[in-house]
Design a protein around this ligand. Structure first.
Ligand code: CDP
Length: 241
């Protein structure tokens, strides 16, 4: 998106149009184990975003030609409900949801102990029911919690958060107006225990300095998300976050 509409004054007196400071996240609420039919699940609200994630597996991998002899594959599927956006979205898969599903699968395969389940599939379905920018980060963050809730062995859980640029200022966690009319958007996902980057995309333009600033801000956002993810799991299973 990142249309770069410089006519909009996104920051006035140090505050953004929704009242946040440049380095402030929207409010995030995460609940684990919200669906009875899935092996593991999560509901996440992030600003006006609302996302469900449900996990099934490990199960036998279909179609069979996708089976890997030495490991499981993570089959993540991101979809948006028709009523999740302003103009009713045509139901089903499109290029954007295929791309997000692919990058999410790739990221999750870095933390799931896939080597324990040869020839299996672990299905992760992410359904966006309300979208307000940052839904790929929201979906991946929810998917990690749902996988942990399903008891899938993992090295860590993945938090994901974007930073970007509006009115020539680097800001954390763009909302819809900032995403659609701002200058850049940089979604990031990390493995907190190792610092490994498992997703990094850039829409728009940033100078090398701005990129570093945005990366650091998004990284810090991920660490804040990580605390909320762990608190959600601790809340369901007891123990401390
Ligand atoms: O959601 P995310 O920021 O990860 O992805 P995006 O492709 O940058 O989309 C930004 C936002 O545009 C989405 O969160 C939706 O609010 C909106 N959008 C839409 O209104 N209709 C679509 N078909 C796709 C996205």
């Amino acid at each position: 998106m990142a249309g770069g509409n410089s006519d909009i004054e996104f920051i006035k007196k140090g505050k953004r149009l929704d009242g946040r400071k440049p380095d402030e996240l929207r409010e995030v609420r995460i609940e684990a184990g919200v669906l009875n039919r899935a092996d593991g699940s999560c509901y996440l609200e992030w600003g006006n975003n609302k996302v469900y994630a449900g996990v099934f597996g490990p199960i036998e991998c279909h179609p069979r030609h996708k089976q890997q002899q030495d490991r499981a594959i993570v089959q993540a599927r991101y979809t948006m409900a028709p009523f999740s956006v302003n103009d009713r979205k045509r139901p089903g898969y499109d290029r954007r949801s295929s791309e997000i599903s692919y990058i999410t699968s790739q990221a999750l395969e870095r933390v799931v102990m896939v080597e324990l389940f040869p020839r299996a599939a672990i299905r992760v379905d992410m359904q966006v029911v309300e979208a307000h920018a940052g839904t790929r980060c929201a979906a991946l963050t929810a998917a990690s919690v749902a996988l942990a809730d399903a008891g899938i062995p993992m090295r860590d859980i993945i938090p994901s958060c974007a930073a970007g640029k509006v009115s020539d200022t680097v800001v954390l966690d763009l909302n819809k107006e900032e995403d659609n009319y701002g200058q850049a958007d940089l979604p990031l996902a990390i493995v907190p225990s190792t610092g490994e980057v498992v997703l990094l995309q850039l829409d728009g333009h940033l100078t090398p300095d701005e990129f570093e600033q945005a990366f650091d801000l998004a990284y810090k956002g991920c660490m804040d998300l990580y605390d909320i993810q762990r608190a959600a799991l601790a809340n369901r299973y007891g123990g401390s976050a």
